[in-house]
Design a protein around this ligand. Structure first.
Ligand SMILES: [Zn+2]
Length: 359
């Protein structure tokens, strides 16, 4: 008999936003029993386990996985957040990331997976600065001079799986460094488009630079991202001598470099191309025109992850996997898998789409 992991049961229950009483009711067992199961005092019979899995709309297998959830300030987990998260929100995001990890690990079984690009780990004691690290990565990956067409494509080629998830809007992304030679970044589906590229580059900065957590890691990842997206030598000439009368120029420049206008203003200040006072006037101006906190910038390219879709394709076309097989591998029920990955029940058509809503 498979044995349930009490911590996985409480994790999934929290992710499904159920109380112990609600789970008891849905699974037809007593609340006290749920509590004993979750604290590991009582073992779970196969029948009860199946009832619990049904209540969660997940396969029994998921409840038998290990639950080594990494904490937010653990060595290998990085949040890009805008505000402090509550403990509950953190637990949920960490839990979702763990499920994303389990799903990817399951889906990679039977796949000969090797990232096309090496993801270097650089130590700041050796490479001088995050800016230098970004230059090294651009060189190592032979990224051509100029703007990066798709940050997602580089991340995926380097073995970073990007998984959409519904998270509080305070979180843009969270990344887990894994031991398997690939890594997971869960990103918030609700993230404004003009933050996507900066967020992915920031997460890349963590993966390249950080095996530990320190108060400087966020700033370092931002510095890495800024240089990765807009190398100083290349963008400086467009920013020097800028005044608030040149807003139109910045609006055009954002399309060239595919970053937000506030990003460019900050970049100009960081590179010493404008003064701190000019930076403030720019921000005030952007704020008054509603350009400081845009949510959607339709003219910037959408960053679209494709790696998981390719893996699903390989399973379907080369391995002959059915929806049920795929769902099994991903540790989801077939309907949930179909919903998350947008996979139709029959045929191997091209309508595979990452629709998000991670578990
Ligand atoms: Zn971060």
């Amino acid at each position: 008999m498979r044995s349930a992991n009490p911590r996985m049961i409480s994790l999934i229950r929290e992710l499904r936003r159920m109380t112990q009483a609600e789970l008891a009711e849905a699974a037809g067992i007593k609340q006290g029993y749920v509590s004993m199961i979750e604290s590991g005092v009582r073992t779970v019979s196969e029948d009860t386990l199946t009832a619990i899995a049904d209540a969660f709309d997940c396969p029994v297998d998921l409840l038998c996985q290990e639950a080594q959830i990494r904490g937010g300030e653990a060595q290998d987990l990085h949040f890009r957040r805008r505000k402090t998260l509550s403990i509950t929100e953190r637990r949920r995001v960490e839990g979702k990331l763990h499920l994303a990890y389990l799903t990817i690990r399951g889906m990679l079984q039977g796949i000969d997976y090797e990232p096309a690009l090496t993801l270097p780990t650089l130590n700041l004691d050796d490479v001088e600065s995050p800016v230098e690290a970004a230059r090294i990565v651009r060189r190592l990956w032979r990224i051509p001079t100029g703007p990066i067409y798709s940050v997602t494509a580089y991340l995926e080629a380097a073995g970073v799986f990007l998984v959409p998830c519904n998270a509080p809007n305070k979180v843009d992304a969270v990344t887990r460094r894994c031991d398997e030679g690939w890594h997971v970044t869960a990103f918030n589906r609700g993230m404004p488009t003009d933050r996507e590229r900066m967020t992915y580059s920031h997460e890349l900065g963590h993966l390249v630079l950080h095996t530990g957590y320190s108060p400087d890691t966020e700033v370092e990842a931002d510095q890495f991202a800024a240089e990765f997206l807009t190398p100083a030598d290349e963008i400086r000439p467009s920013l020097v001598g800028l005044t608030t009368r040149d807003l139109g120029r910045l609006i055009d420049l954002r399309l060239v470099w595919k970053v937000s206008v506030p990003f460019l203003v900050r970049r100009a200040a960081d590179l010493g191309a404008i003064s701190e006072r000019q930076q403030k006037s720019f921000y005030a101006m952007l704020n008054s025109r509603g350009l400081l906190y845009q949510t959607v910038d339709h003219r910037l390219p959408v960053e679209e992850p494709t790696q998981l879709r390719l893996i699903i394709d390989v399973h379907r076309t080369q391995h002959g996997y059915s929806l049920e097989d795929l769902a099994n591998a991903a540790l989801m029920t077939p309907p949930r898998f179909a919903k998350v990955f947008g996979v139709a029940r029959s045929g191997g058509g091209p309508n595979l789409r990452l629709v998000g809503e991670n578990q």
